[in-house]
Design a protein around this ligand. Structure first.
Ligand code: NCD
Length: 308
């Protein structure tokens, strides 16, 4: 049993909770490898995907996770809903609850939205990304991906590179990786760092070359252009020079080290075209697709633990 009713952030999860999610994900990954990828675990349960922001992988990942466990999943997209007619979020959520749903998955542009919905409804909520705040299921699937790759899981050295200021993935991943005892650093120019960076208690670097030869995991973030109200970085060329991952830099990485990214990738900005094509060349360094595959298993584990 999890110690929480909802997955809202990383802070609330105990080490036991985290280990429970990871070990259950192992069982569900087995299901995903079968020819018939379906189990009856959540038959009769109703889940709603409540997305107030665009999403490809997270939304589809939750949808597949629910369907593979035989739950009924309803997709709600803000642009086609009565929100356009002026309905408030909470009235929208109340309407949905009146239809007797068992769990709400929510993505919202405002920090704190998932918690707010949980407090108002008391129905299990999974935060699928709230503003710049957190994206806990992304962090859990990333942790799972790292654990599958590294035997000596305790001593992993990770650098998170890019737009930390606007990234909820960075916030959740830093917290989770620190909780697991990893050695975490961030690489970002000062203008893409939040003011309260001290709170995270991590090493800060400004050039990817300062970490590239030392880390086990280089975790690249997307430039969140849609969240920049003004231009925060001089030029893409400059970004590439200090933060971009190209083949020259990949060649300096330790033999066993890996490259991760939550997706979607701005090809040619944070990761070069050539590095993005590494898998086609038989390399097993680039784990972006693996993260997506494991994401479904981790989300199945979460749905099972909250509803099963
Ligand atoms: C992330 C998100 O939406 O926060 N993507 C994801 O969920 N896979 C990261 C991003 O958009 O850059």
């Amino acid at each position: 049993m999890l110690s929480v009713k909802s997955i809202l952030n990383i802070e609330d999860l105990s080490l036991e909770d985290i280990n429970l999610v990871l070990s259950n994900a192992d069982s569900f990954l087995e299901v995903l490898k079968r020819d018939l990828k379906k189990v009856p675990t959540l038959r009769g349960k109703t889940i709603i995907n409540l997305f107030f922001e665009p999403s490809t992988r997270t939304k589809t990942s939750f949808e597949l996770a629910a369907k593979r466990m035989n739950a009924d999943l309803v997709n709600f997209s803000a642009p086609t809903s009565s929100l356009k007619k002026g309905e408030s979020i909470i009235d929208t959520v109340r309407t949905i609850i009146a239809m007797k749903v068992d769990l709400i998955i929510v993505r919202h542009p405002d920090s704190g939205a998932a918690k707010f919905i949980f407090e108002k409804t008391n129905i299990p909520v999974i935060n699928a990304g709230d503003g710049k705040n957190e994206h806990p299921t992304q962090a859990l699937l990333d942790l799972y991906t790292i654990r599958k790759r590294f035997k000596d899981f305790k001593k992993v050295k990770v650098a998170i590179v890019g737009d930390i200021l606007n990234s909820r993935v960075a916030r959740s991943n830093i917290k989770l990786f620190k909780k697991m005892g990893f050695d975490v650093s961030v690489v970002s120019p000062p203008m893409l760092l939040p003011e309260n960076m001290d709170y995270f208690n991590v090493d800060i670097k400004h050039n990817i070359d300062d970490v590239i030869g030392e880390v086990d995991v280089i975790y690249m973030l997307r430039m969140q252009f849609e969240r920049h109200s003004r231009k925060l970085y001089p030029s893409v060329r400059e970004y590439n020079e200090y933060l971009g991952l190209n083949m020259d830099r990949v060649n300096k990485m330790k033999k066993e080290s890996i490259v991760m990214h939550p997706g979607p990738v701005n090809r040619g900005i944070e990761i070069s075209e050539e590095v993005m094509n590494l898998n086609d060349k038989g390399s097993d360094r680039l784990l972006i697709d693996t993260q997506v595959t494991y994401g479904v298993a981790v989300r199945m584990a979460l749905l099972y633990l909250l509803l099963g």
